[in-house]
Design a protein around this ligand. Sequence first.
Ligand SMILES: Cc1cc2nc3c(=O)[nH]c(=O)nc-3n(C[C@H](O)[C@H](O)[C@H](O)COP(=O)(O)OP(=O)(O)OC[C@H]3O[C@@H](n4cnc5c(N)ncnc54)[C@H](O)[C@@H]3O)c2cc1C
Length: 263
Amino acid sequence: MKKVEPKVYLIAETSLIKENLERMLSDHADKIGKDWYDSTLPTASSQGEYLIEVAGRMCYESYGVGLNPNVTKIRGASKEYLENILKKGDGSILEHATCTFAFINVSRVFTHELVRHRAGTAISQESLRYVRPKELSLWLPPEMKDEKEFVELIETIETKYKNLEKKYDWDKMDFTLKKTLTSALRRILPDGMATNMIWTANHRTIRHVITMRTSEYAEVEIRKVFDEVASQMKTRYPLIYQDLERTSLPDGTGSWKPKHVKV
Ligand SMILES: Cc1cc2nc3c(=O)[nH]c(=O)nc-3n(C[C@H](O)[C@H](O)[C@H](O)COP(=O)(O)OP(=O)(O)OC[C@H]3O[C@@H](n4cnc5c(N)ncnc54)[C@H](O)[C@@H]3O)c2cc1C
């Protein structure tokens, strides 16, 4: 058995096509749109947040005073603008930008819980029908760190799995049979076995999942992972996560609570 740690990699995020955005704002919102672009883009905190702000301002034509006769003043600073969006619960514009994470060495306990979040997600999960594990990797939950019996039990499962696996002549099989047998054998393997997932979600969803899954009542592994996700999001997207605050929990993980719950 190999002891592993769950890992979080942010591997992709929404980016702007700046020249097209500039052209759109100039064409559609005249000089006011172009001036807004020129004055705000150089200091934008992230491209994802900038896109969200563009989408929000499109709704009321609020890139500046004069485009929409009903608008007599605008919130200038992006921090203030997005704070108001969070306060009002106008979260739909947060759906325009996404992040893609690789969650490596997470258990099937973790993946089973994460896939319950349906809205605004895309999921690709390691297929344990296709992938026959070379060894049994596992993250030890804190409660089992010093529990010898737990490790022995996992090692027994691994040994017995390997013994059964050896009974079959894998090199002589076609891929369909390999897949069928791999799938049959995986039923022996524990839920705690480490696996991998690519998870894409929009920022409205990421805020929601962070809140639900770093709750003190959530399972420790998913809390550990989403504590890390929240830290990364707060650093990389300081405006749209500005109201999230972390409280340390006794097990070393953190619980993140937003000031504005319904976004
Ligand atoms: C601490 C904890 C304990 C849990 N324990 C259990 C348990 O014992 N058993 C169990 O089965 N599950 C359990 N769950 C899972 C939970 O019930 C949800 O299925 C899971 O958290 C997904 O969240 P969500 O429903 O907000 O869905 P998401 O897909 O994350 O949706 C986000 C939001 O979009 C809206 N939405 C999404 N889909 C729809 C829809 N079809 N119709 C209307 N509105 C929609 C809702 O407002 C929803 O809150 C637990 C979750 C947590 C965090």
